[in-house]
Structures are given as structure tokens and as C-alpha cells.
Design a protein around this ligand. Structure first.
Ligand code: URA
Ligand code: CA
Length: 434
């Protein structure tokens, strides 16, 4: 097989075979096919697209390019959740203990945050002593005992995707639905889940800015999952503004605790109940979505979800006293209020820019090498549609810097207030099951 012929084939809009896709991915992973040929191929894919069969083949070739996590020793149907990336997205912290409390095994592999999005591991490290550097065997034991554990990302998961994503980033080929869908799905499948619930974000703060694109991406991923034998569904949720109120590590852990107590933000609670219901249903712990939701609501009411969070933290070395006393987590030295400059209604809270403001405070990483400050971040006091009076606080800024002028300016530029009444955005835009 010659790579040049395969580039030509895709350029002319023909379908690549399973063997051809394997040849390409194996050759790229072992270095025998150079970047420039893969660049030409991804550009051809960008313009010509991929068939459903090619997408499934590409996904599985990337899965097989590295380690695959074997979760077969865990009892029950392992359901994983994946979000396409949000700002202040505290759902994983809430969903893990919440669905584990009703018996769904959660074997989560998580990463760290970069840029305006946060990572679950960073958030959990706001809990003193908590660590994710555990052996596979211990990980599996913990899931069997407690129904929940989190482990750090394995170094050699989908190396083909790592290389390909980095190349796409510098060749203007990230924005291709078949390439995005297979990239995301390859990582989920290699991580070993039997079933996958996807949270595809849409809106200004999301990877996909329009509802049509988000729906197309969701459909593409759901098809890939189901075609390779993993039951997969997607919820399309709003990211035109940050989810919940808190953005920042310890602040989001506190928000997760509030939510597990039934006292959390309405949007975060609703999204967790929606995603969670699908997880419980796919794990066959309920025979309908209604029953699943009812079980989750009960786990919040009777305290078992909160209790599960404590057990989860202490099993991985974490100080579970923070659940009853969140002030045992790192605290910022200073707080500042961002005061509204006029009366009106909040019309816009540009999620990625607000995420960047939190990053400037030190809550996120500008580069992979940056260290983060677990204590700092932002708590929104108003959301889109809320009425404000001049002088009201729009945001509380938690900082270890004495001066936050740059952050304030960024927030003022990205929180728009208008005179006319604005409706709160719809949270759930749709669900894709096939
Ligand atoms: N996120 C991924 O993991 N892969 C893509 O291609 C795009 C977003
Ligand atoms: Ca939040």
C-alpha cells in the first residue's frame, strides 16, 4: 500500500477500506508515514468527509494504537460520561457520586484542565490528600467496593489521536466533524466504558457554536459508539454562559457539595439529573428514564449521594471533612465584587472569556507547565435573564492578588447588560439516541 494512493483516493471522494485506515493510523503512530502526508489526508477529509464505516474504522484504529483499559473485572455495566468542554462545568464532580449512590459503577479516567476549561483532577486536588496516582488493581477494587474511583490518564492511551490532534491544530483541520467525533470517541472507548453518555455543549463558550453543528457532532459520535458496540447517547446542553455559578477549583468542589445536598444552582442540578438519568438507564439500574430520575432525586434527598462523595474522597486519601466544612479547602486571601454599572438585565456572559478571566487569577493553566491556584476563581451572582440594579454584584472575585484590574476589565467586557428584558436560555437543546 502506498500512502500517496490513499490520499488520492480520499481527495477524489472515495471510501477508504478498513485495512487502508489501519495502514494509515499504524504508519502514522510508528513514524513511517510523515506529517506532510497525513496533513494532506486530513485536509482531503475536511473537504470530502468520511462515511459512517470509515468513521468507525478510524475510531477503532486509533483505539488500537495504544493501551486499552480493561474494566472487565468490574461488576456491572460501566457507563462513562464525556463533556465536549465547558466553563465552570462541575457536572463530573456531582454525577460521579450521584449515580454511584444508586449502584452504577463509575470507573473514571480524568485529565487536567488547559486554557479556559477546568479539569476534574485539578478540582479534586483542592481536597487535601486526594490523589489519582493509583495502580489499576486498586482502581478496580475501589470501584467494586465503593462504585466509584478516579484515576489519572494513562500515558499511552490513543497515541495516534494525540499526534493527529496536534497536527490538525496547526493545519486548520480541527473543525471536521468526522475527525472530532472519532478523536473523542477513541479516547472514551480506549478508557474501557461499556456505555457512554455524551454532553455536547453548544453556544458561545462551546467548541461548537451553533445548534446545527452541535447536533451533527452529537449524531456522529452516537453513531460511532453504537456501530462499534458501545451503547451511546448524547444530550445537547447550553454553554452560552458558564454552568452553575462557580468557576475555579475549590469553589467548584463547594458547588458540587451544595448540589449533592439539593442546594445547588438550578441549571447544574437539572443537567446532572438529565445526564445522570441516562447513565442509570444505560447501566440498567432503572427500567425507564423517569424511574432513573426518581432514584437520583431520592439519593439527593436521603443524603446517600453526599455520603458517597465522602467515601469516594477518603478512599483516595482525601480529607472528607471538607464536605461538612468547605472552608477546610484552600481559601483566597481577597474577595472583590464586580459591581453593575447600570440597571437592566443580564443579556450575555461570554463563557470562554469568563473562563479566561478565572485563568488569569490562577484558577486555570495558560500553558501545560503552569501551576494553578486551587483557592481562586469566580462566583457569578447573576445569570442571563436576571434583573440587575446599578451597584449590585455581578461576580465575586476570589483572588490571591491584591489587584484584579485586568480581571475586572475582562469581566465587564464580557458580561453585557441591556435595558430590555431577556429570557434565560434553554438548558437542554435535545437528546440524540440514534
Ligand atoms: N476534542 C478532542 O478530543 N478532539 C477533537 O478533535 C476536538 C476536540
Ligand atoms: Ca460551576
Amino acid at each position: 500500500m502506498r500512502m500517496v494512493d490513499l490520499i488520492e483516493k480520499k481527495r477524489d471522494g472515495q471510501e477508504l477500506s478498513t485495512e487502508e485506515i489501519k495502514f494509515i493510523i499504524n504508519g502514522y503512530t510508528d513514524g513511517s508515514i510523515p506529517d506532510y502526508q497525513i496533513s494532506a489526508l486530513t485536509m482531503a477529509i475536511y473537504f470530502k468527509g468520511m462515511t459512517e464505516k470509515e468513521r468507525a474504522d478510524l475510531t477503532m484504529a486509533m483505539v488500537e494504537s495504544g493501551d486499552q483499559i480493561d474494566l472487565s473485572q468490574i461488576k456491572g455495566i460501566k457507563v462513562d460520561k464525556h463533556s465536549t468542554g465547558g466553563v465552570g462545568d462541575t457536572t463530573t464532580l456531582v454525577l460521579g457520586p450521584l449515580v454511584a449512590a444508586v449502584g452504577v459503577p463509575i470507573a473514571k479516567m480524568s485529565g487536567r484542565g488547559l486554557g479556559h476549561t477546568g479539569g476534574t483532577i485539578d478540582k479534586l486536588e483542592a481536597v487535601k490528600g486526594f490523589h489519582v496516582e493509583i495502580e489499576n488493581e486498586e482502581f478496580i477494587d475501589l470501584v467494586n467496593t465503593n462504585k466509584i474511583a478516579v484515576i489519572g490518564q494513562s500515558g499511552n492511551l490513543t497515541p495516534a489521536d494525540k499526534k493527529l490532534y496536534a497536527l490538525r491544530d496547526v493545519t486548520a483541520t480541527v473543525d471536521s466533524i468526522p475527525l472530532i467525533a472519532s478523536s473523542i470517541m477513541s479516547k472514551k472507548i480506549a478508557a474501557g466504558a461499556d456505555a457512554i453518555v455524551l454532553d455536547v455543549k453548544t453556544g458561545a463558550g462551546a467548541f461548537m457554536k451553533t445548534l446545527d453543528d452541535s447536533r451533527d457532532l452529537a449524531k456522529a459520535m452516537v453513531r460511532i459508539g453504537n456501530n462499534v458496540g458501545r451503547r451511546t447517547m448524547a444530550v445537547i446542553s447550553d454553554m452560552s454562559q458558564p454552568l452553575g455559578y462557580a468557576i475555579g477549583n475549590a469553589l467548584e468542589v463547594k458547588e458540587a457539595i451544595d448540589t449533592l445536598k439539593g442546594e445547588g444552582p438550578e441549571d447544574l442540578t437539572e443537567l446532572c439529573l438529565t445526564l445522570g438519568s441516562h447513565m442509570v438507564y444505560l447501566a440498567e439500574k432503572a427500567s425507564s428514564l423517569e424511574e432513573a430520575r426518581h432514584k437520583l432525586e431520592n439519593a439527593i434527598k436521603d443524603g446517600s449521594a453526599l455520603e458517597k462523595f465522602k467515601v469516594f474522597l477518603s478512599s483516595q486519601g482525601g480529607d472528607s471533612s471538607i464536605v461538612d466544612n468547605p472552608s477546610n479547602m484552600p481559601q483566597a486571601k481577597y474577595t472583590f465584587e464586580l459591581e453593575a454599572k447600570e440597571d437592566g438585565y443580564v443579556a450575555e456572559i461570554v463563557a470562554d472569556e469568563v473562563g479566561t478571566a478565572a485563568m488569569i487569577l490562577g484558577a486555570g493553566r495558560a500553558t501545560k507547565e503552569s501551576t494553578i491556584d486551587l483557592a481562586v476563581g469566580l462566583v457569578l451572582r447573576k445569570k442571563i435573564g436576571d434583573q440587575v440594579k446599578k451597584g449590585d454584584s455581578l461576580v465575586t472575585i476570589y483572588s490571591n492578588f491584591e489587584k484584579v484590574d485586568e480581571v475586572k476589565q475582562k469581566l465587564y467586557e464580557n458580561i453585557k447588560i441591556t435595558a430590555e428584558k431577556i429570557e434565560a436560555p434553554i438548558l437542554i437543546h435535545g437528546e440524540i439516541t440514534e
